[in-house]
Design a protein around this ligand. Structure first.
Ligand code: MN
Length: 452
């Protein structure tokens, strides 16, 4: 059976010119992110495959999630349908299959042989506390229900067999870790690095605690995820991943972790965080190391895509004419949310604002617009604010709300002011938008050819 994995995606995306193959020698210590950041300055966001990584014989792929076009390619759909296809596939829970063995266990490294410094783990930003694993999908099991939970957390390399981990207060993994603490047992973990982007989009879905994210990943991949049993912990990992780090998080071990460049493109503060102690590394004979460019579009779009689905589904309960939801890169794909509706009643946009703010604590600004506004274009949304808004009645301010601790404006840990903007036009008495007759009949190719 041909399984979708990182390699099948690299092959497909390279054919489409979506991955730049870089053969010059580049260092994982700032060198790789520097090239991505330079390309970003001129508006280019290709996936970057570095085959000659200084000091290592393992290639590094990064920036793969940095465009909605590539994410659409991962789901096999048009960019204009990405959100809708994601929402539909996310609901198609597909049970994984456990198989006897897979490429991810071609090599097993245990005990003293474990050495994270043998992997080309990238150091991203000037003041980051060290190299960070940024595309590790970590699986744990709820000790009471046995249900798996999978998510991506930042992992700082502390030493050759120890990683830091940041588990957000509201995350499922934190809740599960607290259960292990009540049982007085360390939490076994396994971190899979390098798989098809659809797998990553799946494990980052916003599903209830009772849902195994591997089943969501299967829905997004369009095939059951094949798993193998880990060598040293009672967990299962994707058979077609590039590498897996097995280990446990001790209950009482804490180390200083961060600063680290976060999704806001700002440094997250140093804090005392738990530690993963490795018990094994399994990998392919010729693995590819996958990095996610933290603090850049790669990171923002990867985390933002599942979030859009969750917000859409929640807001649509409040307003069935919601057309689409988008969180633009200008708001780090988290803090600003644009929502288009087909307004039927005055006041409806205000309800949409309330629903969106309730849906996602990261959101700080919600802008609701009519469905003739292109929410994928900041300029179009700002124009709606400029021409359709009555500030005295269309701006809602909610002081003292819970935001995200990494929001630099948050006070006392997480208190922020949230703002809702109703930029929909009134149902009656608003001027008509201008229109040039015949635009749809123009043959653009013919016109452009006559210019050359
Ligand atoms: Mn979960």
């Amino acid at each position: 059976m041909a399984n979708k994995d990182l390699r099948t995606f690299i092959a497909e995306a390279s054919k489409m010119g979506e991955i730049l193959h870089i053969k010059e020698q580049v260092s994982p210590y700032f060198g790789i992110p520097a090239i991505a950041a330079k390309l970003e300055e001129v508006g280019h966001y290709p996936g970057l495959l570095f085959s000659n990584v200084q000091g290592y014989d393992i290639p590094v792929l990064t920036n793969v999630f940095a465009s909605r076009k590539r994410l659409s390619l991962a789901l096999g759909c048009d960019e204009s349908n990405l959100n809708a296809v994601y929402r539909e596939r996310e609901d198609r829970l597909t049970k994984p299959l456990i198989i006897a063995g897979g490429p991810v266990q071609e090599i097993t490294i245990k005990g003293d042989q474990i050495n994270l410094f043998d992997l080309p783990i990238v150091t991203h930003n000037e003041k980051d506390a060290g190299p960070y694993i940024t595309a590790g999908a970590m699986v744990v099991k709820d000790p009471d229900t046995g249900i798996r939970n999978v998510g991506i957390y930042r992992h700082m390399v502390h030493e050759k067999n120890k990683l830091g981990i940041h588990m957000a207060e509201t995350s499922h993994v934190k809740y599960i870790f607290e259960k292990y603490a009540r049982h007085g047992q360390p939490m076994p973990v396994a971190i899979a690095i390098g798989h098809h982007p659809a797998f990553y989009l799946g494990v980052l879905s916003f599903v209830p605690l009772e849902v195994d994210e591997y089943e969501v990943a299967g829905g997004l991949l369009g095939e059951p995820l094949e798993l193998v049993k880990c060598k040293t912990v009672d967990l299962e990992v994707p058979a077609y991943a590039e590498m897996v780090l097995e280990g446990y998080i001790a209950l009482d071990e804490r180390r200083l972790e961060a600063p680290f460049g976060e999704y806001t493109s700002l440094y997250g503060e140093q804090c005392l965080n738990p530690v993963v102690t490795l018990t094994a590394i399994t990998r392919r004979k010729d693995p590819i190391y996958l990095d996610c460019l933290s603090g850049h579009l790669d990171h923002q779009l990867l985390g933002g895509t599942g979030r859009l689905s969750m917000i859409y589904k929640t807001v649509r309960i409040a307003c069935p004419t919601v057309q689409e939801v988008y969180m633009p890169p200008s708001g780090c794909c988290r803090l600003i949310c644009y929502i288009s509706i087909k307004k039927r009643h005055e006041g409806e946009a205000k309800n949409v604002i309330a629903a969106a703010i309730a849906a996602d604590p990261f959101i700080k600004y919600v802008v609701v617009v009519d469905d003739d506004v292109n929410i994928y274009d900041d300029k179009d949304v700002i124009k709606a604010i400029a021409t359709r808004l009555h500030p005295e009645q269309d701006i809602i301010i909610i002081p003292g709300a819970k935001g995200h601790p990494l929001d630099p404006t948050a006070k006392n840990g997480y208190i922020v002011t949230k703002i809702g903007i109703d930029a929909t036009k009134p149902l009656t008495g608003y001027p008509e938008t201008i229109k040039v007759p015949g635009v749809d009949q123009i043959d653009l190719k013919k016109i452009l050819n006559s210019l050359t």
